[in-house]
Write a protein that binds this ligand. Sequence first.
Ligand code: TXA
Ligand code: MG
Length: 328
Amino acid sequence: MSNIVPATPEAVQQAARVLRRGGLVAFPTETVYGLGADAENPAAVLAMFAAKGRPADHPVIVHLASAALLDDFAATVSPAARTLASTFWPGPLTLVFQRGPRVSELVTGGLATVGLRVPSHPVANALLREFHGPIAAPSANRFGRVSATRPEHVARELSGSVELILDGGGCTVGLESTIVDVSTDRIAVLRPGAVTREQLAQALGQPVELAGVSSPRVSGSLPSHYAPRARVELVPRHEMAARARQLAAGGCPVAVLTPEPSQLQEPQIHVLRIPAAWPELAQSLYAVLRAVDEIPCDVALISLPEEHGLGAAIADRLRRAAGPRGNP
Ligand code: TXA
Ligand code: MG
């Protein structure tokens, strides 16, 4: 059984010992919980892929204790990449570099590039310092499902395959890190997150493009990802009530996710209030999507935020939650 323990200094030391002998630990970061393995232990990395149910050709982010370690793991670091690292690390930003010799192909899913991140969460940081090495960590959820932002979510998804879950409470950001490709001259955002395109552009002094759904191997870029079991439908705000009544009249239990007070009273319609402010919405979004599955309902209706700043990251995850299902 999984073991949720408060992230005391002793528990962090214990987690580092588990990592050292090739075990898996879940730990909080400011974005979402990570499922950590020793990035330099092939057996541990394979166990992590198996626990997640993740195909072997999907690359995993390598977490580092400090930006000073960058040159140990990246083959080349451009001045722009260095600017981004020094501006946003530690923090919710992953930078994709040409892979240095210390990074195994197992971790990068056979790619020539590696995603590196220095998290700002004190527990993640303490674990990285205590472990003295790189920690490979995808989000601590089953492949294709909603990321975990609380320790109980991790336990529900990965019970049995993770030795220790460090409890650091709820994640403050709530959405996975922004991923920026700095491996070529064309800097591009591969996954929007709490470090916004506007902030990146300001740091670099030039606009930063948003890559299209380019590589099928970037799992976060697959159409259906971060999805609850219920079907998610994106509905403009002014059509919400009518669409909910239409579905309910057809015998379909429906959840309406809205920041506004709702007049909907029908027994088939469950209204879930969500925060209006983006930081709070991002923080609670995955917990809300999990709650939808517990109502239970067949369809969840939600409106997209405007796509700038953090709204772009929230809209990205909602689109994926609403994306076509099937083979993730
Ligand atoms: O916030 C986060 O990034 C969390 C915490 C735990 O750090 N981690 C996370 O990992 O979201 P994961 O594995 O669930 O998503 C990482 C994404 C995947 O879509 C993966 O394909 C992409 O990063 N990725 C990793 N290495 C890459 C690379 N070399 N090139 C392109 N994409 C990469
Ligand atoms: Mg993930």
